[in-house]
Design a protein around this ligand. Sequence first.
Ligand code: TPP
Ligand code: SF4
Length: 248
Amino acid sequence: MVQPVMPKTWYRPTKPHKFCPGCGHPLILKALGEAADELGIQNQLIYGCDIGCSLLSWDFFAMDSTQTHHGRTTPVMVGMKRARPELICVGYMGDGGGYSIGSQHLVNSAIRNEKITLILANNTNYAMTGGQLAPTTLPGQKTETTPLGRDPESTGYPVMGPEMISAITGAGAYVARGTVSKYRQLKGFIKRALQNQMEGNGFSFVEALSTCPTNWGTNAKQTWNWLEDNMQAYFPTGELKSPFRKED
Ligand SMILES: Cc1ncc(C[n+]2csc(CCOP(=O)(O)OP(=O)(O)O)c2C)c(N)n1
Ligand code: SF4
């Protein structure tokens, strides 16, 4: 029998992915795959994904992967890192998984400065379950559970994840927020978050602003406009904390 030839890259570029057209998840995952390739850590890296649309990546990469209960990717990756410190442990989750049901894990692992890398896709809704309110839903944004628009008086204001993580982590942490509309910048943030773990510095966290046209009910142009005009205006992008910068 002819054995399949593994591609040079550790993600499978020829395998059709299962995300909706226009979804931001595949762009974030492509950035992660390319960053890992460029760092040459394919054989060291272990990938964990959450419940939510992030789980559609469970067999996206040609590498060891695990898929956890909703919000539990962080402690699973912490456990793996503690058991096998030589591995590069990367968790991937949505804003619901990270900032809502898994928020206690995110906060406590950040406070302990666990030496893992987390990447969180912020698409301002609970996508896989049909587009309900998420911790990141913008004020006034319509979702399945806020048909008149999010009212911060009763549901609170959007979680500013990287700002929170930046405040509670100690020295050696790396924290950034990127967006799928600035792919090269996002890939740079993910690469530094991996390098930070490789150097054994501390907790590494990248939030990626992402698109969800299916639940936003937007066409291609409206999707991009919503990301750039509304999300990027509310959630500033850039590095918030970096051991690679002298002033931090
Ligand atoms: C313990 C538990 N509670 C609730 C659910 C239902 N559930 C599945 S996906 C999801 C929301 C996912 O939203 P998010 O984490 O933001 O990821 P997205 O789908 O937007 O990428 C929920 C509530 C579940 N699977 N497990
Ligand atoms: S529902 Fe939204 S987040 Fe999920 S795959 Fe479709 S576009 Fe992407």
